[in-house]
Design a protein around this ligand. Structure first.
Ligand code: 3HC
Ligand code: NAI
Length: 693
């Protein structure tokens, strides 16, 4: 064996050179890896005893892409195209042996090899689009030459990881092997290529698949049209499409140049910076500074849920999907039956879309035990309470649960705003109590706020985070405060949105600005969807807010065909002249005069107080780091990932500008805009949220 460099070595096995990359965790194409491949290929080419070269990786995966941490830094070592040229132009066959994931630059390296062998469990993909990028090392030019334009368009704009068997069907992989025998099979394949004197196949020379799309711009027009909603706001999908167009219409080398130019443009833009930031943020969120890997994990085999309403049912589904037996408790048979029916109906809908089978439904439903007896929770290792949002009710439930649950069980509340410490105090074991704040619909939304009480034990926290991962959530650890992190910040936006409509903006003006910013919908459309009467009681209603007035008029949102908007039978929203008049009358009664509110003001007034609240949350230590807040907003509230999250966005605008704007609004509108001390300090120090460690 020859060591080429610290991450690459070369062995020659009866005429076949095996070049092995070993650069944990994912063999990303760092300067060292690039240099190792280049030197290794050159050495193997120079060695007359070598007839073919196998490129393989140690560890859990083939090359998973360019090294994202190198982006934006001055380039060092050989460039990726230089490495690729050495492979593609090698006078001996080079065979990629793929296991794990060949992604991005990794697949692009495989695509310059003359042949590709893959373990059956491997996956291939060009996921650059998820980083706001496009494959910048020939991927957009080579992929369609193998798989055709339609499949290439889908792969580069979705970033999907294609399983090796499907990749083989598409022609991306020449031979599938058992996982255990990849190396041996790849070597045998290399010998066969040599023995049969097979050609040094270069993907760049293929033309038949793209010829079919040449001179047919309608293919691209149709793809854009069909995916307009999915791509809304993002730059990268369109750039990827243009590169595939270039592959079809331009000679290979020109297409490559076009691809490189567009890659660099995206790389230097704000969207990719935001999406790359988010990539790391969504991994860092799992790191808990004071809870080490030596903290014991509690065994969780049985799950109990109290309340089979909107949230209880959705939460139960998460655990059923992951194979946990779940006991669900209600107060009446009627509520219990309704809850179970809803769970089944949800599964049946998913099955109709082809995402699960009828057998999956039955398997999951068989894991569910509905009951009216809380005593049945005695065996549960984790109990999640999802009863009405009322402190007295919750205290009563936790008091009873304390007497039933076994020692060591985790007792969790799904409260969205109540004080977890007060709930914990209703038990004799506050160290076992934690908040698990799921978002609605709980079986769909990715986010979970794990709320750490003053006394919550570390094993309870670590176990909750691990469970979140097992059920496919993204969890952020937060502290106890009203609304925790997400809703606490959301309250700022809601307050300003309500104020803005009394000053002269209309609900659809506010919604449009936030929609254009990238949210899936604005706050008023959101209220209509959730129902304006959440928490509203007719007997107590006193026409003191717009929401109350609308509820009194039976305009309770989409479900009544009218809320802030009017809805047709297909639930299409139209601005409501009635609501406009209600707003004008209500504002006039309060002695307000209407003014023109600019779009910029709407945006700043909705977003900047959220940023300010985020700063307060950090100041109080209720979130571990600024990027956790961003992860919460991207996954729980539809913050556009191409803007990173509220804290990253603030850094992009410049904290000095945010502070100055808050101060200006504070002069006009008062204390709601009083800047957080942390924000003032950061500006004084010339630092950003991203600089906080
Ligand atoms: N560069 C640098 N670091 C990377 C990386 C990359 N491409 N991919 C993963 N990592 C790091 C992660 O940050 C993480 O670090 P940490 O342990 O310090 O938190 C570690 O590797 C393990 O990653 P995951 O936690 O994500 O591990 P998983 O096993 O869950 O997933 C994976 C593995 C599927 C490879 C996933 O990491 C992934 O999707 N990576 C990104 C792949 C990608 O986007 N590739 C394209 C890059 S851009 C490109 O290639 C441009 C080219 O066209 C020119
Ligand atoms: P819901 O009203 O749909 O369901 C509550 C259920 O609890 C009802 O079916 C009720 O019969 C049952 N229940 C009441 N007392 C009970 C008891 N003592 N034992 C057993 N069951 C009992 O309410 P929803 O929306 O599911 O909310 C539940 C909790 O989740 C609340 O704390 C709420 O704040 C929180 N939450 C709600 C979200 C939402 O969007 N709906 C989002 C996040 C959290």
């Amino acid at each position: 064996m020859t060591t080429i460099n610290p991450v690459t070595d070369l062995t020659v096995d009866a005429g076949v050179a095996v070049l092995t990359i070993d650069s944990p965790p994912v063999n990303a194409l760092s300067a060292n890896v690039r240099a190792g491949i280049l030197a290794g290929v050159r050495q193997a080419v120079a060695d007359d005893a070598v007839k073919a070269i196998v490129l393989i990786c140690a560890g859990k995966t083939f090359i998973a892409g360019a090294d994202i941490t190198e982006f934006g830094k001055p380039p060092t070592g050989p460039s990726l195209p230089e490495v690729q040229a050495a492979i593609e132009d090698a006078p001996k066959p080079v065979i990629a042996a793929i296991h794990g994931t060949a992604l991005g630059g990794g697949l692009e390296v495989a695509l310059v090899c003359h042949y590709r062998v893959a373990a059956r469990s491997a996956k291939c993909g060009l996921p650059e689009v998820n980083l706001g990028l496009l494959p910048g090392a020939g991927g957009t030019q080579r992929l369609p030459r193998i798989v055709g334009v339609e499949k290439a368009l889908e792969m580069v704009t979705s970033g999907t990881h294609v399983p090796a068997p499907a990749a083989a069907e598409m022609g991306l992989v020449d031979l599938l092997t058992d996982d255990a025998s990849l190396r041996a099979d790849a070597i045998a394949f290399a010998r066969q290529v040599v023995a049969e004197a097979r050609p040094l196949r270069k993907v760049r020379d293929l033309d038949d698949k793209i010829a079919a799309a040449r001179g047919k711009p309608e293919i691209f027009a149709e793809f854009r049209r069909a995916n307009a909603r999915r791509f809304r706001g993002f730059d990268a999908p369109e750039y990827n499409i243009r590169c595939i167009e270039a592959a079809v219409e331009l000679p290979f080398d020109e297409g490559l140049k076009r691809e490189r130019a567009m890659f660099v443009e995206l790389l230097n833009g704000n969207q990719s910076a935001a999406q790359r930031y988010y990539f790391f943020a969504s991994r860092q969120v799992w790191q808990l500074p004071d809870i080490g890997a030596d903290t014991p994990l509690l065994p969780v085999k049985q799950v109990g849920i109290i309340g089979a309403g909107t949230m209880g049912g959705g939460i139960a589904m998460n655990f059923l999907n992951a194979g946990y037996p779940v006991t669900i408790v209600e107060t009446s048979q009627q509520a219990l039956d309704r809850g179970v029916r809803t769970i089944r109906a949800n599964y049946e809908n998913t099955a109709k879309k082809g995402r699960i089978t009828a057998a999956d439904i039955e398997r999951r439903m068989a894991l569910l035990t509905p009951t009216l007896q809380m005593e049945r929770l005695a065996d549960a290792d984790l109990v999640i309470e999802a009863v009405f949002e009322n402190m007295d009710v919750k205290k009563d439930v936790f008091g009873r649960l304390d007497r039933i649950a076994k020692p060591g069980a985790i007792l969790a509340t799904n409260t969205s705003a109540l004080d977890v410490d007060e709930i914990a105090a209703a038990t004799s074991r506050p160290e076992a109590v934690i908040g698990l704040h799921f978002f609605s619909p709980a079986n769909v939304m990715k986010l979970l706020e794990v709320v750490r009480g003053a006394k919550t034990a570390k094993p309870v926290i670590r176990t909750s985070m691990e469970l979140a991962r097992k059920i496919g959530k993204i969890a952020a650890l937060v502290g106890v405060c009203p609304g925790f992190v997400g809703n606490r910040m959301l309250a700022q936006r809601q307050r300003e949105a309500q104020k803005l409509v009394l000053e002269g903006a209309l609900p659809w003006d506010v919604d449009r600005v936030l929609y254009d910013f990238g949210f899936p919908m604005g706050p008023f459309a959101m209220s209509d969807l959730a129902g304006l009467d959440l928490g509203w009681v007719r007997e107590k209603s006193s026409s003191s807010t717009l929401r109350e007035i609308l509820c009194e008029m039976d305009r309770r949102g989409q479900k009544t065909g009218a809320g802030y908007y009017d809805y047709d039978e297909k639930r299409n929203a139209r601005p409501s002249p009635v609501v406009e008049q209600v707003i004008r009358d209500f504002a006039a009664k309060q002695g307000r005069t209407s003014r023109v509110v600019s779009e910029q003001e709407i945006l700043e007034r909705c977003i900047y107080p959220m940023i300010n609240e985020g700063a307060k949350i950090l100041e109080e230590g209720k979130a571990i780091r600024a990027s956790d807040i961003d992860v919460i907003w991207v996954n729980g509230y539809g913050w556009p990932v191409y803007r990173g999250g509220p804290m990253f966005y603030a850094d992009t605008i410049g904290l000095d500008k945010v502070l100055e704007t808050l101060r200006r609004y504070e002069e006009s509108f008062g204390a709601d805009f009083k800047p957080a001390g942390l924000l003032e300090d950061l500006v004084a120090q010339g630092r950003k949220f991203g600089d906080l460690k």
